[in-house]
Design a protein around this ligand. Structure first.
Ligand SMILES: NC(=O)C1=CN([C@@H]2O[C@H](COP(=O)(O)OP(=O)(O)OC[C@H]3O[C@@H](n4cnc5c(N)ncnc54)[C@H](OP(=O)(O)O)[C@@H]3O)[C@@H](O)[C@H]2O)C=CC1
Ligand SMILES: O=C(O)C1=N[C@H](C(=O)O)C[C@H](O)C1
Length: 265
């Protein structure tokens, strides 16, 4: 499968180039960065710490998308909505790992999915998607006597909060209870907050150092506490998940899919 990596110079972009190069049946057919990026013109393989792959990083996605079968996109919400339109026009698979997208961004992805095969997830790892299933079950089993708090920590460069993974886990917890996360979500607490409202799903965000991604879902009851956690140690888990998602989506009809669909969970 001929795959393009957009945001090629980023932390995930470089991991994605490596994952494509290491996956049998996949080739890197293009690498895109934004206009003016310092890595333009560099060989994508060298950029990712590999031998040269003969693919130069460019800021012109049109000819690159036209010659590809899929695009792996871990960039920014603005870039992802732009690439979604191009991927839909080119009728290629679009794997979206970008987080921090708002309702308007998601509506644009849904529109593009009428023509494109889009796989989107706040976390492309097997472990987190299994964890989401466990959270859904535990949340359903325990009910509202147990308060749910989601704690996440990421590296100091992360720009969005709560993380896409925390929100994915929050959605799973809310589904387990049969409620909407939008009605129960509490993402900030400061000052005299009053007592915790029954049924709230709380989020706490920590940022610092080089943490790849830690998530815990705490179920706190009267006299006991259950915690389900995932610790990402290497960004390779997200990159390999993204390549797997692209291969899975190759022969699917247009639509918006999740990593749970890819993994058959
Ligand atoms: N779903 C998942 O499993 C995972 C999701 N993520 C998410 O992926 C996203 C990226 O994370 P990370 O790699 O750490 O971030 P980085 O900032 O390191 O990488 C993003 C890259 O995209 C580039 N970029 C921005 N705009 C454009 C554009 N218009 N065209 C081409 N390239 C562009 C940036 O360039 P520049 O810096 O020059 O602006 C940068 O190189 C985040 O939203 C993060 O939360 C991360 C890991 C796993
Ligand atoms: O920005 C990151 O680094 C990560 N982002 C994703 C998120 O927002 O959950 C996934 C992973 O935790 C790393």
């Amino acid at each position: 499968m001929r795959l393009v990596v957009v945001g090629a110079g980023g932390r995930m972009g470089r991991m994605l180039i490596r994952a494509v190069a290491e996956t049998e049946g996949c080739t890197l057919s293009g690498a895109i960065e934004r206009e003016g990026a310092p890595v333009l013109g560099q060989d994508a393989g060298v950029l990712a710490g590999l031998a040269p792959l003969g693919v130069a990083v460019t800021d012109d996605p049109l000819p690159v998308f036209a010659a590809a079968e899929g695009v792996l996109d871990f960039t920014t919400p603005a870039a992802t909505t732009f690439f979604a339109e191009l991927a839909a026009q080119a009728r290629i698979v679009h794997v979206v790992g970008t987080t921090g997208m708002d309702e308007a961004d998601l509506a644009k992805l849904a529109a593009a999915a009428h023509h494109a095969r889009i796989v989107r997830s706040g976390n492309m790892s097997l472990g987190v998607n299994l964890l989401a299933g466990l959270v859904r079950k535990v949340s359903a089993a325990l009910g509202e006597d147990f308060d749910i708090e989601i704690v996440e920590m990421h590296h100091r460069m992360k720009v969005d909060a709560p993380s896409g993974t925390a929100l994915l886990l929050g959605e799973a917890a809310a589904e387990g209870r049969g409620v909407a996360l939008s009605d129960t979500r509490v993402s900030t607490r400061d000052g005299h907050t009053g007592a915790r409202r029954p049924g709230d799903i709380g989020f706490a965000t920590l940022r610092g150092g080089t943490v790849v991604g830690d998530h815990s879902v705490v179920f706190a009851g009267a006299g006991e506490r259950l915690t389900l956690s995932h610790h990402a140690e290497d960004r390779g888990i997200f990159a390999r998940g993204a390549v797997r998602a692209a291969q899975w989506a190759f022969d699917r009809p247009p639509g918006l899919y999740s990593m749970a669909d890819v993994l058959g969970l």
